[in-house]
Write a protein that binds this ligand. Structure first.
Ligand code: NAP
Ligand code: G4F
Length: 340
């Protein structure tokens, strides 16, 4: 292994570092002088584009970001990484995170998204017993766990998940709480409502829309094919949500927090604002409903009650819904101009 454990700085391990949230969290931790380690999956194509700007050759003595091959379904690599890196903090952001896809691959989703968290918690438990050193654990819990329980949803709301993904996140949430209560591990659940950005995966609805708009504007596509436009989500700006995750890990006691904006908007509203921002007029001319994007069960409305995170951690969202849509539309139009 190429890295050296530097005792004078905090060390963090991020699973899911190549994802939207992982890349923002890595930026935050590096800016606070952490040594950051990320778990990445081997793929036949490069999958590190979101963290490329942060990466330097690991032989460089000034390197602060280190990437390690592994997988959340591989207990051996998880344990080996934890023992060799000895992180102060682990952020478990890795997951099969697509709700629609979790209906196609339910068992795989549960293995990665539910059991992946358990594998890390077990490794932390053993590590703490054997070394007497402490590791803090952050679990990327989700508003998808609330499912059809009516809004507003907070830390005391009953879970009623509507997908294999939601069920898997409920398991990981309870495992995190259990390891905190049974073994005294500093383990927290950030129950994050939908958060988006210019780095959002291209198949989630917001990015699918903003990317589609850019392609229509550039004359590359004429239509966007979507599913249920009636659903409402509490959408916020992703980098701010990773600040909240960081704050949870620095607080004096481990706890669970809901993070969102407290407002919900339908897919129709997102479309209206996004098409207007791009100067394309009425979205109905461009959007076609394709039932293949419907889900066997749907989550209709999510709205965060954020009283606790505001009061205890002093966190509140800065970017509102309209600003978020504008950021994403602007970024996708600019991306395409740069490519052409
Ligand atoms: P994302 O962009 O889909 O990133 C998921 C990350 O997990 C990627 O780095 C992915 O690697 C990695 N991953 C997938 N399968 C893995 C496996 N078997 N082993 C190791 N790593 C694996 O998701 P995100 O939006 O950043 O979300 C981060 C976390 O927060 C996820 O756990 C998600 O479920 C949860 N969450 C997200 C939201 C949201 O609105 N964004 C809300 C609540 C909770 P590849 O790059 O190789 O695919
Ligand atoms: O953008 P989505 O795929 O996000 P969803 O299902 O809310 O899940 C996201 O947020 C969760 C937090 O609540 C995260 F835990 C999860 O990892 C993920 O980041 O879909 C949003 C809504 C749904 O109601 C869906 O049915 O948009 C609707 N939708 C309509 N047409 C579509 C489409 N969703 C997608 N992905 N693609 C469509 O064509």
């Amino acid at each position: 292994m190429l890295h050296h454990i530097k005792k004078n700085k905090k060390v963090a391990l991020i699973t899911g570092i190549t994802g939207q949230d992982g890349s923002f969290l890595a930026e935050i931790l590096l800016s606070k002088n952490y040594e950051v380690h990320g778990l990445i999956r081997r793929a036949s194509t490069f999958n590190t584009s979101r963290v490329e700007h942060l990466y330097t050759d690991p032989h460089d003595t000034k390197a602060k970001l280190f990437l390690h091959y592994g997988d959340l379904n591989d207990t051996g690599t998880i344990r080996q990484l934890i023992y060799s890196i000895q992180p102060n903090e682990i952020y478990n952001l890795g997951a099969q995170s697509h709700v629609r896809v979790s209906f196609d691959t339910p068992e795989y989703t549960a293995d990665v998204t539910a059991l992946g968290a358990l594998r890390i918690l077990e490794a932390i438990k053993d590590f703490q017993i054997h070394t007497k050193k402490k590791i803090k654990f952050y679990q990327a819990s989700s508003s998808e766990m609330f499912g059809t329980t009516p809004p507003p949803q907070n830390e005391n709301t009953v879970f009623h998940p509507q997908s294999p993904y939601g069920c898997s996140k409920v398991f990981a949430y309870h495992a995190t709480k259990l390891y905190r209560e049974a073994y005294g591990i500093f383990a927290v659940n950030g129950i994050l409502f939908n958060h988006e950005s210019e780095r959002r995966g291209e198949t989630f609805v917001t990015r699918k829309i903003t990317r589609g708009i850019a392609r229509i504007k550039a004359g590359l596509d004429r239509k966007i094919f979507l599913g249920n436009l009636e659903a409402k989500r509490d959408w916020g700006y992703a980098p701010e949500y990773m600040e909240a995750a960081y704050l949870m890990m620095q607080y004096s006691v481990p706890d669970d927090y809901v993070v969102g904006t407290g407002e919900s908007h339908s897919i129709h509203e997102f479309l209206e604002i996004a098409f207007k921002e791009a100067g394309l007029g009425d979205y109905k001319k461009y959007v076609v409903i394709d039932p293949r994007y419907y889900r066997p069960a749907e989550v209709h409305n999510l709205i965060a009650d954020t009283a606790k995170v505001k009061k205890v951690l002093g966190w509140k969202p800065k970017t509102n819904f309209i600003q978020l849509v504008k950021i994403m539309v602007g970024a996708d139009i600019k991306n395409l101009k740069n490519v052409k």
